[in-house]
Design a binder for this molecule. Structure first.
Ligand code: ZN
Length: 251
């Protein structure tokens, strides 16, 4: 391990090592007993852990402050291919060390099956534009008001002359939320992730939703400047993802 064992609290290193072995052995009862009781439902499905596994090796245990420690454990499959999970540990009220959160590393964005054009097709030009590498927002051809989300008629002047115009993917954080729960099967292995509601000054403050990149341990500030990158989908079943990046990640 990359840490001095004597600098860790008593019992932590041994608990983490036993936990890794329990995961590798498929001993679910022992694994669940390591979880914080009120996090079991969330933790059960948050990491993508293939089976069977043949070994576990604790790589690092790091003090991340607030009485919490991050452990990186490398698991090997029978063919020697490996992957790593990072678990965060905290002392429970009974004195034992328990897992507070777990994530696959490196952190990757979830590709949601529900993304893509709605059934009514109103927003199809938006998704088609993402495939072309552009962010397009609906705009009234009469009064020039930006419209989001898309409508069949302009909510200001009731014109049916609605169009689609390119907007620079540059804006500010209007709101955000961090998702820890695997609400959909495809988010397993990609938790937690942060969704931001981004206000676009280039579209009169229209607000679009997207995933914030590199958000582990980051508390986004309301009003923080962000820029969006359009990431191509991993396969033909999915649509591109507008992924936002903080302009000043450390501020
Ligand atoms: Zn209008």
């Amino acid at each position: 391990m990359s840490v001095e064992l004597e600098s860790l609290p008593a019992g932590l290193a041994a608990t983490v090592e036993a936990h890794g072995k329990a995961v590798a052995a498929g001993d679910n009862r022992a694994v669940l007993a390591d979880f914080l009781p009120d996090r079991i439902g969330q933790l059960i499905a948050s990491a993508d852990v293939p089976t069977p596994l043949k070994s576990a090796e604790v790589r690092t245990i790091t003090d991340v402050g607030d009485g919490r420690y991050d452990a990186v454990i490398r698991y090997r499959k029978p063919d020697d291919e490996w992957f790593e999970l990072r678990s965060r540990w905290v002392r429970f009220e009974d004195g034992s060390w328990r897992v507070l959160s777990v994530r696959n590393i490196p952190a990757t964005a979830p590709w949601m099956d529900i993304t893509g054009p709605g059934a009514d097709g109103l927003d199809a030009p938006h998704w088609d534009a993402l495939r072309e590498g552009e962010l397009k927002i609906q705009r009234c051809g009469e009064c020039r008001r930006w419209i989001w989300s898309p409508r069949p008629i302009c909510p200001s002047c009731h014109s049916m002359d609605t169009r689609w115009e390119v907007v620079a993917p540059v804006g500010t954080v209007y709101s955000w939320t961090r998702t820890w729960q695997p609400f959909t099967p495809e988010s397993t292995g990609h938790l937690p992730y942060v969704v931001v509601l981004v206000e676009l000054p280039g579209a009169d403050g229209a607000r679009v939703v997207g995933v914030l990149a590199d958000a582990d341990g980051i508390t986004p500030t309301i009003g923080a400047p962000v820029r969006g990158d359009i990431e191509p989908p991993p396969d033909e079943q999915h649509w591109p993802l507008l992924r936002w990046h903080l302009e000043n990640p450390l501020s």
